[in-house]
Design a protein around this ligand. Structure first.
Ligand SMILES: *Cc1c(COP(=O)(O)O)cnc(C)c1O
Length: 241
């Protein structure tokens, strides 16, 4: 059995145990395998172990990998999870199924209009990234501004608003991890409840949070999609990570 296969089994077991501890169904938490910095071969290996959903956070690297794995494209789902500049939106709109890292309207508008050039692809699934640890990150929108960005995105024709994403500052303290994730969950639940019957919120069901070192805390606080890289593929080159 390959190392990636073994790692995937371990990560799935962690997910299951964390779900059970939180009295949740493991099926309600999706595993996104973050393959950034790893070769297409690693993606193929994970696919043979049953993994079909992958995340990338550098545009050029991600697009190259998707193209190198073009034969497998019908079976794979690709999520863009990294910082996104305006001049790179077209490539993302053309190649990815999801984007987790939207934090301003201009990017969303460009993605929607460019996605419209590829009608066969259907709508692009998107999450808004919240800046949950403001002193540590320049990415993400503030809690105060997230609802109005959500409302604006629901009006764009080629995007489907799926939920919120967050990357809290790393912490060894599980209680601190949980406080950050809980704040995002509360924000998500508030928006969901307020807009339950509004057009454009029909698929607002995704809380993208939790990575290799904090997936248990994220699942305890309601994550529906964990983004796991190193625990599946191994340590990354520090410079690129
Ligand atoms: C790299 C990355 C991950 C995965 O991180 P690991 O700690 O390797 O699990 C998740 N989300 C984003 C946005 C990333 O850039």
């Amino acid at each position: 059995m390959s190392q990636i296969t073994i790692n995937l089994m371990q990560v799935r077991q962690r997910l299951e145990l964390a779900a059970l501890a939180a009295k949740r169904e493991p099926e309600d938490i999706q595993l996104l395998a973050v393959s950034k910095t790893f070769l297409p071969r690693a993606v193929e290996e994970a696919m043979h172990a049953g993994q079909t959903v992958f995340g990338e956070n550098y545009v050029q690297e991600g697009v190259e990998k998707i193209q190198q794995l073009a034969k497998l494209r019908p079976w794979l789902e690709w999520h863009f999870i990294g910082p996104l500049q305006s001049n790179k939106t077209r490539e993302v709109a053309e190649h990815f199924d999801w984007v987790h890292s939207i934090d301003r309207l201009k990017i969303a508008e460009r993605l929607s209009s460019q996605r419209g050039e590829f009608p066969d692809l259907g709508v692009l699934q998107v999450c808004i990234q919240i800046n949950v640890s403001e002193e540590n990150s320049k990415s993400g929108i503030s809690f105060e501004e997230v609802e109005s960005l959500c409302n604006a995105i629901t009006k764009l024709p080629n995007l489907s608003l799926r939920g919120l994403m967050a990357i809290p500052a790393p912490s060894d303290d599980v209680n601190q991890q949980r406080r950050s994730f809980a704040a995002v969950r509360e924000c998500f639940a508030g928006i969901k409840a307020k807009h339950a019957s509004d057009v454009g919120y029909d698929f607002f069901d995704t809380l993208s949070m939790g990575m290799s070192d904090d997936m248990e805390a994220a699942i305890a606080e309601g994550s529906t999609m964990v983004r796991i890289g190193s625990a599946i593929f191994g340590k990354r080159d520090k410079i690129k990570a």
